[in-house]
Design a protein around this ligand. Structure first.
Ligand code: HEM
Length: 134
């Protein structure tokens, strides 16, 4: 049996409970690298917030070895692939991960070092998957 990441779904649930989490993530993410705001200049954020909200759930499920989220993972990776609608070069993923961890630290009252290591482990699987399909 592969490791599951139910503790991360619960952590993520605590973050989403009071609203504003995804918007705060984008605020941090936009400020994390000068190239990022321009990539989102035509983005409809009401759609994007929902897409990312689901994408993070899929990433946690995928990290636990579930194949249920595989199709969504592959579609997201294709969007960010070299020939995709929103290509993302591999070195940009560290900004995404660090921004998400900062938002988690702000929103999850039970966030601590051990939980951060768990998040890092799960998110690394997603970023490695996207990079492999780039
Ligand atoms: C593993 C990390 C990431 C996940 C899970 C993720 C997830 C997503 C999802 C679900 C969408 C919507 C796809 C669609 O509309 O079909 C999206 C769009 C997008 N993402 Fe990401 N993303 C990640 C990393 C990044 C990074 C690092 C960047 C930029 C440096 C980025 C830039 C974009 C852009 C520009 C769009 C298109 C927005 C639009 O439709 O206007 N993403 N992402």
């Amino acid at each position: 049996m592969s490791e599951t990441f139910d503790d991360l779904q619960t952590s993520y649930g605590r973050c989403l409970r009071h609203g504003g989490f995804i918007a705060r993530f984008y605020e941090i993410f936009m400020a994390s690298h000068p190239d990022i705001p321009g990539m989102f200049k035509d983005t409809d954020f009401s759609r994007q917030y929902l897409a990312l909200r689901r994408g993070i759930t899929a990433a946690i499920t995928h990290a636990g070895g579930s194949t249920l989220s595989r199709r969504m993972m592959t579609e997201m990776a294709q969007v960010h692939g070299r020939k995709g609608r929103a290509p993302v070069s591999p070195e940009m993923y560290q900004y995404w991960v660090e921004s998400l961890l900062r938002a988690l630290a702000e929103y999850d009252p039970q966030y601590n070092f051990a939980l951060e290591q768990r998040w890092r482990k799960a998110l690394a699987q997603t970023t490695q998957y996207f990079i492999a399909l780039y």
